[in-house]
Design a protein. Structure first.
Lengths: 815, 402
């Protein structure tokens, strides 16, 4: 047992060594280990009661060792195998590992498979040779007390504990004749197993082919289960693989042939071998003796192994092979586990197994890690498949749904916004819309295509198509997705049901998180802020409904524009936008009338107008979809919406008013209001979208004549993009005003030049006469004389003139 | 024309063209050049006459001019066009022109830049150049002498998106069988050798204007109704032989431009004469004007010639045909007399040919024949070339005056 304890200590690190030992000398040790693992499997359960067990463990360990001794002795009696002599010596110095080690190689000749049933074999041998067994047991018990201390100290204690319990029981059994009988039966089984072991050897070879996998599995198992057990298993498997292949191959082959079918799979094979074993035992009682011998041999081998392991630790080959051994161990372990049930009867076997496990556990683990590191590195390198792609792509792969979710959320938000205009659902949706609209606005800012086309539409489609919510996204996103999904489902189904309700609360919670929680924690706050930003200033008071200019004919629009004193415009969208602004300014608060005028004058109209037209269309579409929802949820939603609307009004009275008023009031009113702010938000959107709006007809009725433009103040508070646009337009206008266009100035200067003479034509005449214009000369004249004629202070360069000439098809060249 | 400095002092060239040269031996061997005198230049390419034609001095001779882009109003413009045509990848007018992004891509990618290009590629580039903002406003004409090239051109014109401005006429000439366009028929010259390369084609016009302006006392600008001072003002006279409409340059241009729909245009393409109400070509009037005001010696020679020559012959037919261009067409019929009469004046400008020759060498390098060497069986040489070439050769290599 001392040796065992030592082994345990060693085992922690030296796995490779045992492997080597097992490989080189004999497969028997492996078998022993194999036996141990099965015992180990039961042991873990018991382990929790380690405290009590610990002493028992010690006993068991001792018992195990004695069992080995017995076995060793037994083989002597039936000198079937070479190991018998060694076993005797082992018995004498069972505790002494070095001796065992020496013996082990001899015993190695015995098949590893014996190890599979080794515990049983040992036990069996004991009962058969009752005297020996008893002696062994007694010795074991005595030793156990001794060893127990050692083992306890050792790391393997857990495995020992696990083993110990069964061992105790077994020990008792052994003492009793029943136990003997049981042990005999077990021994028979073991014998069969030994036979089977040989047969299995072939299987083991096969096992060898797939060691790495097994090792991996083992490691996992080990981690889960008690380390000791796993180690033992692995260790035994290691031995079995190496030794068996060589030594037992012949025997195992013969025996296994009958079992060949199952041999491919280790576990099956083991079971088969046992099954066959008993039958064989019944046939051949003599075999039991041989088995005993085998088991004895195995046991000593196991003892020897630890010694060898210690020695072998140093060798690199051992470490390298350790991984394979581990694999084999696993297979053996599994088999051993199966067998363990039968083995339970024999406590000695378990003890042995426990010892072996303890040793093996410590050893295999370390070697595995060590071995794995180099191999694993190489394998990992080999296995690693380079993935090419942009980070964005990779990310998508990781969370493919995230984008969809985002899009879906956005789309939903848009939908809500759209839904708002509808009168019934307006209240409910209005609040969500405000939130969502804000989100959309944010999104829109970043999501525009170069052309300015909206991504949202596609997104909406995607949402509908793929309702699946993305898991990857953060909670907020998830919520959005869910909502979006729900919405999509609702839209598609057009079944309001409960979904709208659920949506509303979700929406409330979500929007704040999404968009910009900063303005206000509550939904209304967010809404208000959003509205203030986006929505054009409308009178907080109930406003007259804004006419749906989109529904007007071009002639009507032109009239409206004229009524405001603006020039007729080509772009219908712009006209509508302008009229809306005018109307808003008239009826609403007049904030930015000047800005508007400036923009209009500049003729470079801000994107707003265009955008406004677009949002309308978008709104319209969503409305249709949402209508189903609204109808169902209208009643419920309305109170919420009112509540929401109120807070809005508080915070941003001017802006929010428009929203509120429409919500409470009439459908048409709402629609325009929503449009207005939506438009503002989407100013940046592409102009591409046409105005076709289903609601035009309705709008017509609602439309009201707009007053003079001056009244029209456009709320500066409108979204930032609109401001920027205005400012830019203003700048342009100012630039144009201040500095008309240099090209035009050049033309003016050229015309201002008096007609030349035939000998000295003016520049204009030169151009008319197809004279190549010398850019330097032309520039000089312009800078010195020509531009001065028209009071132009700026100067022109030859490069600019070149463009100027080439753009007009004037032949020009440098001097 | 050689020196830019001289540009103001030189009249619009009587003729200047960019041409596409194709080897009759290897039809894929192409060459782009420019010349004020196509027939002479062709002779140089073919080695019939001396002159810089290094790139074409090889086994690919003889060469043929399959098409020319003519009526450049200045050598500068012609050279720019030539350069752009030769190097479409580098040309701003193609690569970075406002309207030619598409063509730029085509140039850059589908065709090797500045190197061997197929006939089709050249035609595509030509088409794109003629559509470019810079060259589209020039009063150019494209004249095809090879029917196959013309067919290819038509195919491409149908395929390509852009449309060449209307004022750029495409004249199937030479071997081209297409005679369906009566208005263009008059412009056919039959072969490179028959191209009028000197001011003789506007001699009648020049004579008319000279005669009319000889007594300017009672002349009034038809546009501004103010007396004109031919000595101090740039006066334009209608090219119609029977129209004596006189107007200021600026006045008429303004009138023409006002009548056109193109607002951005500075130089009119054509307009309706306020006197005869016939459409007149601005380029022709400018050519006459520049020649009249700057022609110098050549102008005198022509006028002298007219005086010496059979005035009746010149006047009679022209009077019948009001349009000078028809007159030019008729000149083809009277080529002999014209040639005879032209020798004198052309010789006078021989001195100016030197620089042109040197320049031609330079130009040869740039237009280098990068085209692939394909052996073409098409070996028919220009039947009239040898004979005509000789005649032409006597003329100055370059019309520097032009």
């Amino acid at each position: 047992m001392n040796a065992a304890a030592d082994v345990i200590v060693l085992s922690s690190s030296p796995d490779p060594i045992p492997n080597r030992s097992s490989v080189q000398p004999a497969h028997d040790p492996v078998k022993l280990f194999d036996l141990s693992p099965p015992s180990a499997s039961p042991s873990p359960v018991r382990s929790p009661s380690e405290l009590f067990q610990l002493p028992t463990r010690s006993r068991f360990f001792e018992l195990e060792t004695p069992s080995r001794n017995k076995e060793n002795k037994t083989p002597k009696e039936p000198p079937v195998r070479k190991t018998s002599a060694t076993s005797n010596s082992r018995n004498a110095s069972s505790e002494d590992r070095p001796k065992r080690k020496g013996r082990k190689p001899a015993s190695e000749s015995q098949t590893v498979r014996v190890g599979q049933g080794p515990g049983g074999l040992a036990q069996e041998s004991a009962p058969k040779k009752t005297t020996g067994a008893r002696k062994k047991r007694a010795d074991n018990q005595v030793k156990c007390g001794k060893t127990a201390n050692k083992t306890i100290t050792g790391r393997v204690a857990k495995s020992g504990n696990a083993l110990a319990k069964p061992h105790q029981e077994k020990v008792m059994d052994v003492s009793t004749p029943k136990g003997l009988s049981e042990t005999k039966s077990a021994s028979e089984v073991v014998d069969l197993g030994s036979d089977g072991l040989q047969l299995e050897a072939a299987v083991k070879r096969r096992m060898d082919w797939t060691p790495t996998k097994d090792t991996l599995a083992q490691t996992v198992e080990l981690s889960q289960e008690e380390v000791a057990e796993a180690n033992s298993k692995s260790f035994g498997s290691l031995l079995s693989e190496y030794g068996f292949n060589d030594v037992s191959s012949a025997r195992s082959d013969v025996r296994n042939f009958g079992d060949d079918g199952p041999t491919k799979r280790r576990r099956i094979e083991l079971v088969d071998s046992r099954l066959f074993g008993p039958s064989k035992q019944a046939l051949h009682d003599i075999d039991d003796i041989s088995i005993r011998k085998d088991s004895q041999q195995k046991q000593p081998e196991a003892k020897q192994k630890p010694k060898k392991q210690t020695k072998k630790f140093t060798t690199l080959t051992a470490r390298v092979t350790a991984s394979y051994l581990n694999d084999s161990h696993e297979g053996s372990d599994s088999s051993s586990k199966e067998t363990t049930t039968s083995r339970e009867n024999a406590a000695t076997a378990r003890t042995k197994a426990s010892k072996s496990k303890g040793k093996a556990t410590s050893k295999p683990k370390e070697p595995e890690f060590i071995v794995l590191s180099p191999e694993a590195a190489a394998k990992s390198l080999e296995n690693q498949e380079p993935i090419f792609g942009t980070c964005s792509q990779l990310e998508r792969e990781d969370s493919p749904t995230s984008l969809k979710e985002l899009q879906a959320a956005i789309s939903e938000s848009e939908r809500y916004a759209v839904a708002e205009p509808s009168p019934l659902s307006s209240t409910l949706y209005s609040t969500p819309t405000s939130r969502f609209t804000t989100a959309r606005g944010l999104w829109s800012v970043a999501a525009r295509d170069l052309e300015g086309s909206l991504i949202r539409q596609t997104e909406v489609v995607e949402l509908l198509d793929t309702p699946e919510p993305a898991k990857m996204t953060t909670s907020t996103t998830d919520n959005r997705n869910e909502k979006a999904l729900e919405d999509a489902a609702v839209v598609t189904l057009r079944e309001p049901f409960n979904l709208p309700r659920s949506e509303a609360p979700r929406l409330k919670a979500i929007p704040a998180a999404r968009k910009e929680p900063s303005p206000a924690p509550g939904l209304p706050t967010t809404k208000a802020s959003d509205k203030s930003r986006k929505i054009t200033s409308q009178d907080p008071e109930p406003q007259p409904e804004m006419p749906h200019y989109s529904g007007f004919t071009d002639a009507e629009l032109s009239k409206q524009v004229a009524s405001y004193g603006f020039k007729p415009m080509k772009n219908r969208k712009k006209i509508i936008e302008l009229l809306e602004k005018c109307w808003e300014s008239k009826h609403g608060k007049s904030v930015t009338s000047e800005t508007r005028a400036s923009t209009q004058t500049a003729s470079t109209e801000p994107t707003r107008e265009l955008a406004s037209s677009e949002p309308k269309t978008s709104q319209k579409q969503p409305r249709k979809q949402i209508t189903s929802r609204k109808t169902t949820t209208k009643s419920k939603i309305n109170p919420d919406s009112n509540a929401l609307s109120k807070p809005k009004s508080r915070k941003t009275p001017s802006k929010s008013n428009a929203l509120k008023a429409p919500n409470t009031q009439l459908k048409p009113a709402q629609a325009p209001s929503t449009q207005s702010f939506i438009n503002v938000e989407e100013i940046e959107d592409s102009e591409e979208e046409t105005l076709p709006s289903p609601s035009r007809v309705l709008n017509r009725y609602t439309h009201q004549p707009s007053e003079t433009r001056q009244v029209l103040p456009i709320s500066e508070t409108l979204c930032s993009p609109s401001r920027t646009n205005k400012s830019t337009t203003k700048n342009n206008a100012t630039l144009n005003q201040e500095q008309p266009d240099l090209a035009d100035q050049i033309l003016k200067a050229m015309h201002a030049q008096p007609a030349g003479t035939p000998s000295r034509p003016s520049w204009h005449e030169k151009i008319l006469m197809y004279d190549p214009i010398i850019l330097e000369d032309f520039a000089t004249w312009l800078n010195t004389e020509g531009l001065g004629l028209i009071g132009e202070d700026r100067e022109v360069g030859a490069g600019f003139l070149r463009k100027w000439c080439e753009g007009r098809g004037i032949c020009c060249c440098y001097r | 024309m050689a020196g830019v400095d001289d540009v103001p002092t030189k009249p619009i060239p009587a003729f200047y063209c960019c041409y596409l040269l194709r080897s009759t031996v290897r039809q894929t061997s192409l060459y782009i050049g420019s010349t004020p005198h196509p027939s002479r230049r062709l002779a140089q390419h073919n080695g019939v006459s001396k002159g810089g034609a290094r790139k074409t001095a090889n086994d690919k001779r003889p060469w043929e001019m399959v098409l020319i882009v003519e009526s450049f109003m200045s050598r500068t413009a012609a050279l720019q066009f030539e350069w752009a045509w030769q190097k479409p990848g580098k040309s701003r007018h193609l690569g970075f022109g406002e309207d030619s992004m598409e063509s730029a891509r085509g140039m850059g990618k589908t065709r090797p830049r500045g190197s061997a290009r197929s006939l089709k590629g050249h035609l595509e580039n030509l088409h794109a150049l003629l559509r470019s903002t810079y060259f589209s406003s020039l009063p150019l004409r494209v004249r095809f002498f090879a029917d196959d090239v013309h067919q290819l051109w038509r195919v491409w014109s149908d395929r390509v998106d852009g449309v060449i401005p209307e004022h750029i006429k495409v004249i199937p000439d030479g071997s081209c069988v297409e005679n369906k366009q009566p208005d263009i028929e008059y412009a056919r010259v039959g072969s490179v050798e028959h191209i009028q390369v000197d001011y003789s084609k506007i001699r009648d016009y020049v004579e008319k204007t000279a005669f009319q302006l000889d007594d300017p006392e009672d002349l009034q600008c038809k546009v501004c109704q103010t007396p004109v001072v031919p000595k101090k003002e740039l006066i334009v006279i209608c090219p119609q032989m029977r129209c004596y409409c006189v107007s200021h340059l600026l006045c008429l241009s303004a009138r023409f431009l006002d009548s056109t729909k193109e607002r951005g245009r500075l130089v009119p393409i054509s307009g309706t004469c306020p006197g005869c109400h016939k459409t007149v070509q601005w380029s022709l009037m400018m050519q006459e004007l520049s020649f009249r005001t700057r022609g110098g010696k050549e102008l005198q020679t022509i006028l002298r010639k007219n005086k010496r020559g059979d005035f009746s012959i010149n006047n009679v037919p022209r009077e019948d045909t009001d349009d000078v261009r028809t007159v030019t067409a008729e000149y083809c019929d009277f080529s002999e007399s014209v040639d005879a009469s032209m020798k004198g004046p052309n010789d006078a400008f021989d001195e100016s040919t030197h620089d042109d020759i040197s320049l031609e060498d330079d130009w040869y390098e740039s237009p280098a024949l990068e085209s692939d060497h394909e052996i073409g069986d098409w070996s028919k040489s220009h039947p009239a070339m040898s004979t005509r070439v000789e005649i032409v050769i006597e003329d100055s290599d370059c019309d520097n005056t032009g």
